[in-house]
Design a binder for this molecule. Structure first.
Ligand SMILES: Nc1ncnc2c1ncn2[C@@H]1O[C@H](COP(=O)(O)OP(=O)(O)O)[C@@H](O)[C@H]1O
Ligand SMILES: [Mg+2]
Length: 264
């Protein structure tokens, strides 16, 4: 793909969200960004942690930054997140994906005011031009910033599992996003941690419940694979081994599918 004129930021943005925590949003976001980079190494790819104040993207990736994956301090203070050069905020993963961590929101203010400013949307508006692909891990965070990003993104992935809470939450999420202006063809249901058996909610009934197809079914990963990936700070799609193995295969297929839609 040759981008002569940069597409508007939203036309290069994929948002990953879910109705319930723990569904696998961050896992999917990290692996999509790294999977797209693997398929298109020349594409400048940005992964944004939009789940705050409790973002976890950094814990999934070994990042070239003095910030430890398992500790403090946060990379910058809150004021700096708004004003610092983007280069000061970005970290680079071993795969070459640039990572914008979640803003280190002052917890005390957050807890008392419950108003979250739209810092992420503002930063992206200002600074997204050098990036060909922008993957935003929205998680369950729906504030002004992420709703603005989601409502304009060229693709919105909604991650769900086969639990009643996740299925019901996803039904509401589809209604919410639709009301926020996301058109049906931009929404993609990704069923993560799919179990081969029927699971708590039967796989076959899910498309009927939502009256739409599941874009991708990501099987439950082997615990050893996940542990090793986390220990190394490496995305699943870059773990050594057979690329035909699940869930690497399904994650790469999803990355290829969503990248293909960007080119349309
Ligand atoms: N396909 C999968 N198979 C098995 N475990 C998974 C899979 N996807 C995610 N997980 C695990 O589920 C947990 C929650 O994942 P995470 O991506 O942090 O969810 P979320 O961001 O939605 O809260 C993590 O321990 C992660 O390793
Ligand atoms: Mg998460």
């Amino acid at each position: 793909m040759i981008l002569k004129q940069p597409l508007p930021q939203h036309a290069r943005t994929i948002a990953i969200s879910s109705a319930t925590g723990g569904a696998g949003c961050t896992t999917i976001a990290v692996n999509l960004a790294c999977g797209m980079k693997k398929l298109n190494p020349d594409r400048n790819t940005l992964l944004v942690d939009g789940q705050y104040p409790f973002g976890t993207v950094q814990q999934f990736l070994e990042l070239s930054s003095p910030v430890s994956r398992v500790g403090f301090p946060l990379p910058v203070d809150y004021a700096a997140y708004e004003t610092a050069d983007l280069d000061r905020l970005l970290m680079t993963s071993t795969s070459g994906v640039k990572v914008l961590p979640a803003p280190p929101y002052p917890i005390a203010d957050y807890a008392t005011s419950l108003t979250k400013p739209d810092v992420i949307a503002r930063r992206l508006q200002r600074d997204a031009n050098p990036f060909d692909i922008i993957v935003v891990d929205v998680g369950t965070n729906l504030d002004r910033s992420t709703t603005a990003i989601v409502s304009q993104a060229y693709a919105l992935v909604i991650v769900l599992n086969q639990t009643p809470a996740s299925v019901n939450g996803t039904r509401l999420a589809l209604e919410f996003f639709s009301a926020a202006g996301v058109t049906s063809e931009r929404m993609h249901l990704v069923l993560n941690k799919a179990t081969k058996g029927q699971g708590i909610v039967d796989l076959n009934t899910i498309p009927h419940l939502f009256k739409r197809e599941i874009t991708s079914l990501i099987p439950t990963a082997d615990a050893t694979l996940l542990d090793t990936a986390l220990l190394r700070g490496q995305p699943i799609v870059e773990m050594p081994g057979d690329s035909e193995q699940s869930p690497q295969k399904e994650l790469m297929a999803l990355a290829a599918d969503l990248y293909g839609r960007l080119r349309e």
